[in-house]
Design a protein around this ligand. Structure first.
Ligand code: 0RA
Length: 628
């Protein structure tokens, strides 16, 4: 008996050690992504209880910057003795890699990619993990450190509830970043609430004293409405499709808006498939065929629409549940199951043909919109050829306005996009020429909202920007040709500055989104004040920093210089505060930041009056500096 116990323990230790030796193999990396991966992993288990109809409520609490807890009201991890392991089942689940079989209770697997590695991996990579289980009338508790139990499974008290609560701290010996980001957590929770209609998710952020509750009875229909909230819709209600076949559940919601952008998110088993996959391809072919058939049948045009024509202004969520998904691609989230393409294609085609028959006014509005897109496509092709003939999109030819750096390795090179020629001048003088390039842009660039892609290509400042970045655009876009891996937007905190940075972000969001996805786009954060006190001076980057200074030193004999614009700083100051990698603040632009810029743009520059007023009202603080 003793020997058996020993052998089993060695197996556990080996498991824990191998995870701790090569953590990246299990969770991708050991930075900010890695610790959030731990969170996703724990959360996946609770979501799985939801998928099997056993859980209605999930509570996530950020207890301090390093400590997160996830609680569900599911069945609770089993606590009975494992027949062969001779330990409580929960201990097996939490210590044995891929516990598998009976204890791998997942109905819709997420393995195959980086997901689904199991909670034992989270345990191995946490300095502390505590589990609390409500089951069989009792509350059980056990504590682990670095994947090893440090207490027995103990009964704490009685209860008539069921559920599991896991609290963990990522191990500082493993991770080089270990602070959770409430925005990343919140985004994922909202997404999961949309994807699982009715599920209630509460997020309590005790660090910032905030609470959010996500619950959407409409599920992905609500998601589409949310994404189209401030857009002008072509039809009031999203089109909704739901079909189940051979344990595969297909759920799709779509709605057109009057814009030009495709916003289609694909999911499989609640995982966002950023590179899409066979479900998206099936959907895309079905949509194209259904629209083309409708045009032909009703003799509306001779034109044959392409896949991109029918996706202009389309907002859609594709969400599939598949028992055994295969994931591939760079991000290991591209759905690969080949049988899914045909299945989704036939379901979507049948449903859309019916829908168009029953809703002729919607069908006509969609067809009209798609035919317009086809015309624009032809125009864009001509415009792009014109630009190419000018040599602008070819690599090798660089714009004269660009003060390039000497560094040729893109991962070490930075590009500062600076508003206005005078700030551009100081930046050129203050920069480190070895690896920092400067591109000054003139005042107002162009209104990307009203301009279709053909107009965008004709704008000189935009062409220069594309040239400098080096990736090309549209079908020719190639992220590997990016000349800089840090593209830093530097603008004043006034109305013109905000305008130009919103505009550039909107442009990136719509036409070069991969730059944002790759994490190449940043915003420089120049200081707001220079504070001088007792012969020393320092910079305050926001009002909070200034207040903190006041509360330590009082307000007597303090000199304050408020910077209104970058132009007020001399090249030396600009270097110290905004350019020097050792001292500057940079904000990495996420896709959400860019989407917000796009939203601002749509509302502030677009034509719809009512949402514009509403938006300005709701975001009065954020937009006070924009000229409207
Ligand atoms: C194994 C088996 C069963 C449930 C679970 C694990 C389970 C794990 C986690 C992790 C977080 N929350 C969870 N909830 C449940 C099935 C139990 C049964 O059949 O009663």
């Amino acid at each position: 008996m003793a020997e058996e116990y020993g052998a089993k323990n060695i197996r556990v230790l080996k498991g824990v050690e191998s995870v701790r030796q090569v953590p990246a193999m299990y969770i991708g990396d050991t930075g900010i992504r890695g610790i959030h991966h731990l969170f996703y992993e724990v959360l996946d288990n609770s979501i799985d209880e939801t998928l099997t109809g056993n859980c209605t409520n999930i509570k996530v609490t950020l207890i301090d910057k390093n400590t997160l807890s996830v609680e569900d009201n599911g069945r609770g991890i089993p606590v009975d003795m494992h027949p062969t392991e001779k330990r409580p089942a929960v201990e097996v689940v939490l210590t044995v890699l891929h516990a598998g079989g009976k204890f791998d209770h997942k109905s819709y697997q997420v393995s195959g990619g980086l997901h689904g590695v199991g909670v034992s991996v989270v345990n191995a990579l946490s300095s502390v993990l505590e589990v609390e289980i409500k089951r069989d009338g009792k509350i059980y508790y056990q504590k682990y450190e670095k994947g090893k139990p440090v207490t027995e499974l103990q009964v704490k008290s009685d209860t008539n509830e069921t559920g599991t609560k896991i609290t963990f701290i990522p191990d500082k010996e493993i991770f080089n970043t270990y602070e959770f980001d409430p925005e990343i957590i919140s985004k994922r929770l909202r997404e999961l609430a949309f994807l699982n209609a009715g599920l209630k998710i509460e997020f309590t952020d005790e660090v910032n004293n905030k609470r959010e509750i996500f619950q959407y009875e409409g599920g992905i229909i609500s998601y589409v409405k949310f994404l189209n909230k401030i857009k002008e819709k072509l039809h009031e209600e999203p089109i909704y499709i739901k079909k189940e076949k051979d344990k595969i559940i297909i759920e799709i919601a779509l709605q057109y808006n009057s814009g030009f952008l495709e916003t289609v998110f694909s999911f499989c088993n609640n995982i966002n498939n950023v590179e899409h996959g066979t479900h998206y391809t099936g959907f895309s072919t079905a949509l194209t065929r259904a629209v083309n058939d409708y045009i032909k049948k009703n003799k509306l045009s001779e034109e044959k629409l392409t896949g991109s024509d029918v996706k202009e202004g389309l907002t859609a969520i594709i969400s599939l549940k598949i028992p055994e998904p295969q994931f591939e691609g760079q991000t290991k989230t591209k759905l690969g199951n080949s049988e899914i393409k045909g299945l989704v294609d036939s379901v979507v085609y049948d449903e859309l043909v019916n829908y168009f028959e029953e809703h002729p006014s919607v069908a006509k509005a969609v067809v009209f919109k798609c035919l317009n897109a086809a015309k624009a496509r032809e125009a864009a092709k001509k415009a792009r050829e014109l630009v190419r003939r000018k040599g602008a999109l070819e690599s090798g030819s660089l714009p004269g306005k660009l003060a390039d750096c000497q560094e040729r390795d893109p991962s070490k090179a930075e590009l500062f996009i600076v508003e206005g020629l005078s700030a551009g001048g100081s930046t050129k003088m203050g920069r480190v020429r070895e690896f920092q390039a400067v591109l000054p842009l003139r005042g107002k660039v162009l209104n990307v909202e009203k301009a279709r892609i053909d107009k965008v290509f004709k704008n000189n400042e935009i062409v220069i920007l594309i040239q400098a970045i080096g990736t090309g655009i549209g079908e020719e876009f190639d992220i590997n040709k990016a000349r800089y891996h840090k593209i830093i937007i530097m603008s004043d905190a006034d109305s013109d500055g905000n305008h130009i940075s919103t505009l550039i972000l909107t442009f990136f969001y719509r036409y070069m989104r991969q730059l944002i996805d790759a994490g190449y786009v940043y915003k420089a954060v120049p200081p707001l004040y220079k504070v001088t006190h007792s012969g020393k001076s320092f910079y305050a980057y926001n009002d909070k920093e200034l207040d903190e200074f006041y509360s330590k030193n009082g307000r007597e004999n303090v000199g304050i210089q408020r910077y209104k614009g970058l132009g007020e700083m001399n090249p030396g100051q600009l270097f110290e505060t905004t350019l020097d990698p050792e001292r500057r603040y940079l904000k990495k632009i996420t896709i959400e930041d860019a989407a917000l810029a796009d939203e601002m743009f749509t509302v502030l520059m677009g034509e719809e009056v009512a949402p514009r007023k509403k938006f300005i009202f709701e975001h009065a603080k954020d937009v006070k500096n924009l000229d409207v």
